[in-house]
Each structure stands twice: as C-alpha cells, then as structure tokens.
Design a protein around this ligand. Structure first.
Ligand code: SF4
Length: 232
C-alpha cells in the first residue's frame, strides 16, 4: 500500500465516521471523556455538553432538581451535528478533537462493549440507551482507570494510535479496556451524585453535577475521598 493510498483510505474512514456518527453526535461518551476534553481545552463541560432525558433504568441517568429530572449528559449537537464536527472547505466531515475524541469515537466503526468489534457500525446502536452495555456483575469501584493501562498509555488517548485513522487491533483492545474502566467509573460517579442529589433540599442543576464530576475525577487521581466525604 502506498502513502497516497493510505491517506486516501484514512480520508475515506474519516468521511464514513462523519456520515455515520458526527452528523448525529456521539453516543457512549463517558465522564472521563468529558473531563479530558474539559481540561485540555480549558473549557467547562457545560460549554460543550447538553442534557437529554434519561430512561429510569439508565445507570448514567443524572438526578437533578430535587429528583424532578433525570438526564444524560452528552456532547452537544449543533446544526452540523456534534459540536466538534468540522466540515472542511471541500465539504467533507472531520473530527476537530483529534486524539482527544471520546474513546467510543476513536473506536469507530467498532462499538465499545460489543464483542463484534470489526463490523458493527454506529447505525447499529439505534435505540440503544446510554449505558446499556453495562457489564454483568455490577459497578465495581474503579480508583484509577488511567493506571490500569500500564506504562505508555496516556490519559489523552495518544497511545491508542494516530487520531485520523482507524485503530489497529492493539489500539482497539487498549481502547476497549480503557472504555470499560471509564464506563464503570462513570456509573459509580453518577450513583454517588444521585445519592447526594436525592438527599439534599437544594435544587441541584446540571452545572452542579458537572462540577462534581470534575472534582470526583481530581479526587480519584489524588487518592482522596469522594468530594462529599471531605469535611471542611
Ligand atoms: S467527538 Fe469527533 S468523532 Fe466524535 S462525534 Fe464529535 S466530531 Fe465526530
């Protein structure tokens, strides 16, 4: 395969991903994806996320407003799809996040949490609620998902492979492991938040949750207690 044909194949993959994913917006985004993007772009999460109604049994459903609302927090959609979707002057779609993109986007066309990594397309996810791929066996605590990957695995996804092309088998396997750890941590943080939100008299909103998400990740990385366990 020549360099030109590789470039052409990569461009085709990016266009296919844009068509099948970016124009609609990513699914299966985790809190770790949101935190990574927020920190690297120095943007608070509420500038690039949006809330959508969550199903009652969705483990990523965030309780808000004195338990009157339950929502999913996901990357925002704009007129051209995902808020990070760039349409080039030639009219082709590209991801503006590069290696910062959510792991589920980096894995396209594979779907995280599915065994059939090679042929499953984003279109296959229609009707699958966020978090449905939760592994059997519950939500075990995940103290440091980054550390689980061992040396050489950067928290920014740089060790998975070049961002403008499909991941190879090794990168895909790493992404799958990392995504599973991130998903478990996401479930755990949402569960902690929901327990708090259901107890408080304050009408906590989605920005409060996203501040808690940032604090919980910082506490986890520092080996500190959950934010609500810190006594002033
Ligand atoms: S984050 Fe990037 S790859 Fe994922 S949907 Fe948005 S533009 Fe597409």
């Amino acid at each position: 395969m020549t360099a030109d044909s590789t470039r052409s194949a990569d461009g085709e993959w990016q266009s296919t991903r844009a068509k099948n994913l970016c124009y609609r917006g990513p699914r299966l985004v985790t809190g770790a994806d949101i935190v990574r993007i927020s920190r690297t772009l120095a943007l608070e999460p509420w500038h690039f996320t949006q809330a959508a109604p969550a199903a009652a049994n969705d483990p990523t459903g965030v309780v808000l407003d004195n338990a009157r609302r339950r929502v999913n927090v996901r990357l925002a959609n704009a007129a051209h799809g995902c808020v990070f979707h760039v349409v080039t002057l030639e009219g082709t779609g590209r991801c503006g996040l590069g290696e910062l993109a959510p792991l589920s986007c980096r894995m396209f066309p594979a779907v995280p949490g599915r065994a059939d990594r090679d042929g499953t397309t984003e279109a296959d996810r229609d009707g699958v609620p966020e978090g449905e791929e939760k592994a059997a066996g519950g939500t075990n605590a995940v103290q440091d998902p980054v550390g689980d990957e061992g040396e050489g695995e950067g928290g920014d996804g740089s060790a998975l492979g070049p961002p403008g092309r499909p991941l190879d088998a090794e990168g895909l396997a790493r992404a799958e492991r990392r995504w599973a750890a991130d998903r478990d941590q996401w479930f755990e943080i949402v569960a902690h938040w929901n327990a708090l939100a259901e107890k408080t008299d304050d009408p906590l909103g989605v920005e409060d949750f996203q501040r808690y998400l940032l604090e919980a990740h910082a506490a986890c990385e520092a080996g500190a207690p959950w934010p609500e366990e810190v006594v002033a």
